[in-house]
Design a protein around this ligand. Structure first.
Ligand SMILES: [Zn+2]
Length: 158
């Protein structure tokens, strides 16, 4: 049995969060960077309103990420506005690695959306992929996977 966690609606990233995420990702190159996404769910659509960086304390930050517990735990405990997490893949496509999938169970119950971003070396822009979280229950074993979903970037208002 496969259950799609969270909402099926549109995933929307506002321009301020996109800009902050882009700056943070480039600032931390060549290491992976990470953070949480706060927002609201309106009529089934996930509105990402805020990106908050979290320190990457992975032993090998060039190729993996691990949230600093001091910074992550308060968000996990006060999960009301938490809608997702994001991390960067400086050296590969913004698709989930086997390690990302192996560690998904640590966060999956709290999240509606999972973003991975890759800095584009020539244009200095960020390629962002959004994923819904799927829960597969097979013979009593629960396993989480990611399913890519469209990401809408709203324009800066006039
Ligand atoms: Zn990854």
């Amino acid at each position: 049995m496969t259950v799609l966690l969270g909402q099926h609606g549109e995933i929307v990233l506002n321009p301020l969060s996109a800009e902050k995420l882009t700056k943070h990702t480039f600032l931390h190159l060549p290491q992976e960077s990470c953070g949480v996404l706060l927002g609201t769910i309106v009529a089934g659509n996930i509105q990402i309103e805020q990106f908050i960086p979290i320190r990457n304390v992975a032993p090998n930050p060039l190729h993996s990420f691990m949230f600093s517990p001091d910074e992550w735990v308060p968000h996990a405990l006060m999960a009301k506005k938490l809608v997702g997490i994001v991390h960067s893949h400086p050296h590969s496509d913004p698709t989930p690695s086997s390690e990302d999938l192996d560690r998904l169970h640590l966060y999956a119950g709290l999240l509606k959306v999972y973003l991975i971003c890759t800095p584009h070396p020539i244009t200095s822009s960020l390629i962002i992929h959004a994923y819904h979280i799927l829960r597969n229950v097979d013979n009593g074993n629960t396993r989480y996977t990611l399913h890519q979903a469209p990401l809408t970037m709203t324009q800066v208002g006039i």
